[in-house]
Structure formats: structure tokens, C-alpha cells
Design a protein around this ligand. Structure first.
Ligand SMILES: Nc1ncnc2c1ncn2[C@@H]1O[C@H](COP(=O)(O)OP(=O)(O)OP(=O)(O)O)[C@@H](O)[C@H]1O
Ligand SMILES: [Mg+2]
Length: 559
């Protein structure tokens, strides 16, 4: 009997596709073939989207497990408390067994190595940093400051540096600095630009709000060492870092800014790797719309750049959100690996989201992508990942695999045990130096006294504060620092800009495009050209940072 031959053209990759996911990949689920993400392309970022209840968290959990199994540490935020189960062995459930059978997947019920983290230090190891590390840009975002207030906060940091004040660690340190600033507002205005008591006062009030939101828990010492989120266990599996975020989500801005801070820490700490065989860390950014919602343009630009450049440091960022339109185009274009769960399309806005989600996929003539997005069942998704050439694969209807670990929450005692077994340790209570606080207070009080004498000083200050010699010294210091440290300029400039640090000479964004060596060879790189701040031609001075240092580095080009 003659066998019917398969028509290769219609095959859409089925004939060349391996029967099972390759060893150097993370398995997502099954379409007409296995769907997976190549480890070496996992740093080309990704996107998981879908309406509520369509299976995003389960997909994320499966991917986190897959990366962990491959020795890749993972970071994810547990927004609803239902991701914590990854630390415990899974239990057979009818939907798990049914799906596994459907796709021929063997569930290996097991727990995964997990480190729980918690900004409030209750449901995990405390995540802490110093005010200085966070920097004025992210702090301004945390406190929702106006542009003018952000400018004043910048000046405060600059003054702390100029006056050689102690490191700013706690919110109390910052409050004291602001006290001193208010007391000598007039004098400092002459030197640094407009500082009004009113704007200092409103920053102080915002600081109180931040404290009430729990800010005093996470500004202190010892700071988080980001490498502690990159552990692998003795069995070679990567740790899954789960940030308890249920409470944190009550302050969405705090949540989003903190995750952005973690990304910027990674960006700063990690070395350039080019294109590694597998990622150093995979970072899932759940509820990603919070990062972009109402974010000022300058911050959005920084996020785009961090996402683009962090790739060559071996970090894959996977955004998780309900609506694909939540992610700005310039970021979305950089996301190579995509899992699209079902979307609803009742309202015109929802229909638009479906349409544009459909358009982001490489078309499969066998699938009406738009229709499919609306008709997908739970745990089903449209999947397109980067193929071995780094090109987006043809979109496929995929049944996502079930997790091996528990789906859902864990008990308090289970959590306690996991925390006690953490491979890294941090003290429960934050600390800051009393001596440093005393010095800051002294400076603030001194400022108050100086106020009385300031009438006499005013005239003298005016004549001596032209600023010319100061900015000369910025340039000199900049040159020396960069030469001495040898830290890649792109990294330093971007990190400083993101954190808004007033590192002398580090406020501009000019030459980044020219310095983007980290994987410019991507299939997507041409897409990015619009957003690149190429070699100074599109240098937009970042207002708040340039209050003091306007234009430094602007337009600099590296040969
Ligand atoms: N791959 C899958 N196979 C079979 N069933 C699934 C799959 N993924 C999810 N489900 C079912 O759907 C339920 C909800 O999934 P999940 O919690 O992942 O949705 P979600 O999109 O994260 O929802 P939300 O937006 O509310 O967080 C699961 O508890 C499970 O019963
Ligand atoms: Mg979910």
C-alpha cells in the first residue's frame, strides 16, 4: 500500500522540528511540534500576556522550573501569592494529569530550590538598599515627585557629595539632609539653582508617605548583594528567587520602581558577556504595566535602554501582563520569545489589543491569529520563539505544559522552612550608622545657625559662585575617573542616569548608541534603530539630572 507523503510546504516546521525539545532549551509546551526557548537565545527577552485566568502564572511557573533545571537562576515576583508553591512538590490534579497526557509530557513532581525575598522582611529575606544606591531618579519615582521637586532632590544629592557628608543610607538620613537644605535654601539657590522651602517641604512630606508605606524597612544596611539572587544549588539547579509582592502591590509604584531598581543593580553589577550559552539570570517582570503606566518619558527611555543593554550581560527579561498594549512599542520590539494566552475582545480597546497582538507574530497560514487569540482555551497559547538563526518562529497554537511543583500557595510553616534553608543570610533588622546620622544632624543644625549669619555672607557668595571653575573640575574628574576605573562607559553612564546619580560628569546619555555592543547582531536590532540614542545625535538632556550638570557627555562619541 502506498503511503501518503507529507507535504513539506504545508508542514510549517514540523518535519525539521525535533521530536522533543533540544537539551539546550526550555520546554514550553506542545503544538504540532515541541515549543521551546533556546537557552542561548533566552536573553533576547520575552513576553507572556493574556486575560485574567488564562494561564499566565502557570506558564511562568513552568518556564521558571525549566530555567532552574538548566542551572539558570530566576527572579520573579509573586503578585498574588500563587507562585510560592514552586518551592513545594506538585500534587497530581486532574487538570495537570489531563494536560500532561494530552501532550505526552511526564510530570516529575518535585520541589524547586527557592529563595523568598520580601521588601518588608516578613515573608522572605529582606531586600534592602541605601538611599544613595537608589539615587534621586528612582526615589523621585517612588515618591511621585514633580519635575521641580525632582530637581531639588537632585541638588540635595549633589550637595551631600560636595559637602562630603556621610553616605545616605536610611530615609532618616535623607530627612536630615533635607532639613539642612531647607535651612540654607537661599544661600544654596545662588550656587545650585532654585531651591524653595516649599518644594523641600513637599519632598519631606512625600518622604513621610514613603516611610508609612514601609520605606524604613528597605532603606538600610546591609544592602542586597544582587549576586545573592544568582545562586545555584548543589544539584546544579538554579535558585528561583520569589519576591513576596502581595503587600507590595498595595503600592504599585513602589513595586514597579523596586523591580526596576533590581534590574538596574543587575545591569550595574554584571559584566559584559556578549551572547552567552545560557542566561546568567532570567527576570520575570509580572504586572509589567505598572512599570510603564504614567512613567515620565525620561524614565521610559531609560527602561528601553536597560532592557536593550542588559541582554549582553546575560539577563533575559520576561514581561508578564494582561494586555500586550501595556508594553511600549520600543520595548515590545525587543521581546523575542512570546507566549500569548487568550484575550477578550468585547470593547473596541480590547479589539485593538487583539489586532495588534496578532500582528506581532510571524504569520502561520494555517492559523487565523486574530481569531485564535480570542478563542484560546485556558492553558493554551500562541507561541513564537526565536529559532536557531535568531528569527521569530512561525506562530503555533500550543498547549502549555503543567508545572512539576505545586500550583498555588504554601503554608506559613512551609515558607518558614524554606527561608531558614536559604543559601544566603541577611539580618532581620536594617541598621544605619548612628555616627553618620549624628554628623548629618550636625550639618543640618549648623546650617540653621549659619542662616542667621547668612545675610552678611550673601553678597560674598554671589560674587564667588560663578560656577566656571566648578564645571571645569567636573570634566577633569570625569576624565580621570573613567580612565582610572576602566568600567565600560555605557554601563556607567546608563546606571548613573537611571539612578540619577550626580557622579561628576555622569549625567548625560550622549554616546550610548555608539557603545551598544551587546548583541547588536540580533534579528531585532534593526527594529531598535528608532529608539537608539545614537552617537549623540538625539541626545535629550535628562532634565532632572542636568539641573546641575547640563549637557555633560552630551554628544560625545567613542571612536
Ligand atoms: N497549562 C495549563 N494546562 C491546563 N490548565 C491550566 C494551565 N494553565 C492554567 N490552567 C488552569 O487555569 C487556572 C488559572 O491559571 P493561572 O493562575 O495561571 O491564570 P492567570 O492567567 O495567571 O490568572 P490571573 O490573571 O488571575 O493571575 C489554573 O489554576 C489551572 O486550573
Ligand atoms: Mg496569575
Amino acid at each position: 500500500m502506498a503511503k501518503r507523503k507529507a507535504a513539506p510546504k504545508e508542514d510549517l516546521g514540523r518535519s525539521e522540528a525535533p521530536a522533543k525539545a533540544p537539551d539546550d532549551s526550555v520546554y514550553i509546551g506542545q503544538s504540532v511540534k515541541p515549543e521551546f526557548i533556546y537557552l542561548r537565545l533566552a536573553n533576547r527577552h520575552g513576553l507572556i500576556t493574556g486575560a485574567t485566568g488564562t494561564g499566565k502564572t502557570v506558564t511562568l511557573q513552568g518556564l521558571a522550573e525549566g530555567f532552574s533545571d538548566q542551572g539558570v537562576p530566576v527572579f520573579c515576583a509573586d503578585v498574588k501569592g500563587d507562585l510560592s508553591g514552586v518551592a513545594e512538590e506538585g500534587e497530581p490534579k486532574s487538570w495537570i494529569e489531563a494536560r500532561a497526557k494530552e501532550i505526552g509530557y511526564k510530570v516529575e513532581y518535585r520541589a524547586y530550590p527557592v529563595i523568598f525575598w520580601d521588601l518588608f522582611g516578613k515573608d522572605g529575606l529582606p531586600v534592602r538598599t541605601s538611599v544613595d544606591e537608589m539615587g534621586p531618579l528612582l526615589l523621585s519615582r517612588l515618591m511621585d515627585l514633580s519635575e521641580a521637586q525632582e530637581g531639588v532632590l537632585n541638588i540635595a544629592f549633589k550637595i551631600a557629595k560636595d559637602e562630603k557628608l556621610p553616605k545616605l543610607v536610611s530615609l532618616k538620613n535623607l530627612q536630615t539632609l533635607l532639613e539642612g537644605l531647607a535651612a540654607r535654601a537661599n544661600k544654596l539657590t545662588t550656587k545650585y539653582g532654585n531651591i524653595t522651602k516649599a518644594s523641600v517641604g513637599s519632598i519631606q512630606r512625600s518622604l513621610l508617605v514613603l516611610e508609612q508605606q514601609g520605606g524604613s524597612h528597605f532603606f538600610g544596611e546591609p544592602p542586597l548583594k544582587i549576586r545573592d539572587m544568582m545562586c545555584t544549588g548543589r544539584d546544579g539547579r538554579g535558585y528561583i528567587n520569589v519576591l513576596a509582592s502581595e503587600k507590595l502591590m498595595e503600592s504599585p509604584r513602589l513595586y514597579a520602581t523596586f523591580l526596576l531598581f533590581l534590574l538596574s543593580e543587575l545591569f550595574e553589577e554584571l559584566e559584559e558577556l556578549g551572547d552567552p550559552d545560557k542566561p546568567e539570570l532570567v527576570f520575570f517582570f509580572d504586572e509589567a504595566h505598572l512599570l510603564f503606566k504614567d512613567a515620565p518619558k525620561a524614565l521610559l527611555e531609560k527602561v528601553e535602554q536597560v532592557v536593550r543593554l542588559i541582554r549582553s550581560k546575560g539577563v533575559g527579561v520576561y514581561f508578564v501582563t494582561q494586555n500586550p498594549l501595556d508594553i511600549p512599542d520600543t520595548v515590545s520590539r525587543q521581546l523575542g520569545n512570546r507566549v500569548q494566552h487568550a484575550l477578550r475582545a468585547f470593547t473596541p480597546a480590547e479589539q485593538k489589543a487583539v489586532k495588534s497582538a496578532a500582528q506581532t507574530f510571524r504569520r502561520n497560514p494555517k492559523i487565523d491569529t486574530e481569531q485564535a487569540i480570542m478563542q484560546l482555551g485556558i492553558g493554551e497559547a500562541l507561541v513564537s520563539t526565536l529559532d536557531e538563526k535568531g528569527q521569530p518562529s512561525v506562530v503555533q497554537l500550543t498547549l502549555v505544559r503543567p508545572p512539576n511543583s505545586r500550583v498555588g500557595t504554601i503554608t506559613e510553616s512551609e515558607r518558614g522552612k524554606v527561608i531558614a534553608d536559604s543559601p544566603v543570610k541577611y539580618p532581620a533588622k536594617p541598621s544605619d550608622s548612628e555616627a553618620d546620622q549624628a554628623r548629618l544632624q550636625e550639618w543640618a543644625d549648623g546650617a540653621a545657625e549659619a542662616k542667621a549669619a547668612s545675610a552678611d555672607e550673601k553678597a560674598a557668595t554671589r560674587t564667588s559662585s560663578g560656577g566656571g571653575s566648578r564645571s571645569d573640575s567636573f570634566w577633569t574628574t570625569l576624565g580621570k575617573t573613567l580612565i582610572k576605573t576602566g568600567v565600560p562607559l555605557a554601563t556607567r553612564v546608563l546606571t548613573d542616569a537611571l539612578k540619577g546619580r550626580n557622579r561628576r560628569g555622569g549625567g548625560g546619555f550622549g554616546g550610548l548608541g555608539a557603545l551598544d555592543t551587546g548583541g547588536g547582531a540580533s534579528a531585532k536590532s534593526s527594529d531598535n534603530s528608532k529608539t537608539e540614542t545614537s552617537a549623540g545625535d538625539k541626545y535629550v538632556p535628562f532634565k532632572s539630572i542636568n539641573v546641575v550638570e547640563r549637557g555633560i557627555l552630551g554628544g560625545r562619541k567613542r571612536q
